[in-house]
Design a binder for this molecule. Structure first.
Ligand SMILES: NC(=O)c1ccc[n+]([C@@H]2O[C@H](COP(=O)([O-])OP(=O)(O)OC[C@H]3O[C@@H](n4cnc5c(N)ncnc54)[C@H](O)[C@@H]3O)[C@@H](O)[C@H]2O)c1
Length: 390
């Protein structure tokens, strides 16, 4: 079997998509399209693909089984719609699904009506410690999760320099809500499944960049009762490109996840688990997580001396899982699972060992609605219910 693929948007992500597809034994990259035709040519040439400057021209000339859309955040609708309207049966689109409610609904409805298999590249879902976070929460190993926080910040060089001369216009067409919180919202929906966000209360700051908000911070109220605090900045002067920290408090346990540390901390992941867990259950979960790609130490330990001093007699031993192999995984891993899903005709291909099915246009719609509520709440200075939007 050979899937004929076209890639739209030959920038940072599109060129990585094209290179990764080219490596796949069942995919042929037949076409690459970019409004900057020279960018399309630079990616297409080495892969033996045809370059196009216009997606409609590409779709007229080529019969494609798969189109990957990796245009800037606010420009996903036109190419994904054009590919669906041309009858392309499989789409892999970059996150976010869209930056407006109108675009998100249009893409969702078109995929539903046409029966298009539509995946959204929420790439964080393949990181082993994100799989572990999702697993311990969904297995109830923290008890009921009631609170969490996530901050995902980019270096100020992202909105000012990442896309060269195009950086300001690029960042102005997006924001930390669309570019960064889209990842965070998707992870939270995935971890806390089947809970969904019901209401949002957000603020923004606009004092430094001028052409796009400096940051968004929001409280997300889930219908399970969980409250999550999320924040994403574009104004950090730090040595690293990205800082990403998450933590979750359950009624019986806690996860602390330093995913990407900016300074003075090391990447680390630790889950202190429910005291109801037996040591043999701990080992069974460790084995299940190893099969899902997350290598963890199982720990039966005495918590820090200061905490032991406060513990009542007989309660001083605690069970935990801790990462000793902190890798983020292969950068285009989710794309490989999407291709396997197309070939095997399923949302849970045999290669995917993480929790739940792969993320589709439905996840894209729900993520985009939450981010739209964050933007609307910060603009209006009041809480916004998701039911007000769609
Ligand atoms: N999944 C992830 O982890 C991840 C990480 C970074 C970026 N992204 C997403 O990937 C997408 C692309 O980001 P990027 O950094 O590669 O941007 P980029 O600007 O480097 O690339 C986008 C390209 O699309 C082209 N383009 C614009 N409109 C077009 C159109 N109508 N038809 C054809 N080409 C068009 C541009 O000329 C540009 O070359 C964004 O949505 C971004 O949020 C995802």
């Amino acid at each position: 079997m050979e899937l004929r693929a076209g890639v739209v948007g030959a920038g940072l992500l599109g060129s990585a998509h094209a290179a990764n597809l080219h490596e796949h034994p069942h995919v042929r990259v037949a076409a690459v399209c970019d409004v900057r035709r020279e960018a399309a040519q630079a990616v297409a040439g080495p892969l033996g693909a045809q370059a196009y400057g216009d997606i409609h021209e590409m779709l007229r000339a080529q019969t494609l089984d798969l189109v990957v859309v990796a245009t800037p955040d606010a420009l996903h609708r036109e190419p994904s719609m054009a590919a669906m309207e041309a009858g392309v049966p499989n789409i892999i689109q970059e996150k976010p699904l869209a930056t407006t409610v109108e675009d998100a609904l249009a893409l969702y409805e078109a995929a539903e009506q046409r029966g298009t298999r539509f995946f959204v590249n929420y790439a964080n879902r393949t990181a082993p410690m994100d799989i572990a976070t999702c697993y311990v929460i969904r297995q109830g190993l923290l008890g009921e999760v009631v609170y969490g926080e996530a901050r995902l910040d980019d270096n100020i060089s992202v909105p000012t320099r990442l896309w060269g001369d195009r950086s300001r216009a690029w960042a102005a067409g997006s924001s930390t809500a669309h570019f960064l919180l889209s990842h965070v919202v998707d992870l939270l929906r995935w971890y806390l499944h089947p809970a969904e966000v019901r209401e949002v209360y957000a603020i923004k700051q606009e004092r430094v960049l001028g052409y796009t908000p400096d940051l968004y911070e929001a409280l997300l109220l889930f219908d399970s009762g969980a409250r999550m605090r999320v924040k994403a900045e574009w104004i950090k002067h730090m040595d690293e490109l990205v800082e990403f920290y998450l933590a979750f408090s359950g009624a019986e346990g806690t996860v602390i996840y330093n995913k990407l540390a900016a300074f003075g901390a090391r990447p680390s992941w630790r889950a202190n688990l429910s005291a109801r867990l037996q040591p043999e259950e701990l080992l069974a979960h460790q084995r299940a997580l190893r099969e899902a790609g997350a290598n963890l130490r199982a720990i039966v330990h005495q918590p820090a001396p200061s905490a032991v001093g406060l513990a009542t007699e007989g309660e001083s031993m605690a069970l935990a899982l801790e990462s000793h192999d902190h890798t983020l995984g292969k950068s285009m891993a989710l794309q490989d699972h999407f291709v396997d899903a197309i070939i095997e005709d399923t949302l849970r291909p045999s290669s995917w060992k993480g929790p739940g099915p792969l993320p589709t246009h439905r996840d894209g719609l729900l993520q985009s609605l939450v981010v739209a509520a964050i933007v609307a709440s910060a603009d209006a200075g009041r809480p916004v219910a998701l039911s007000e939007l769609a």
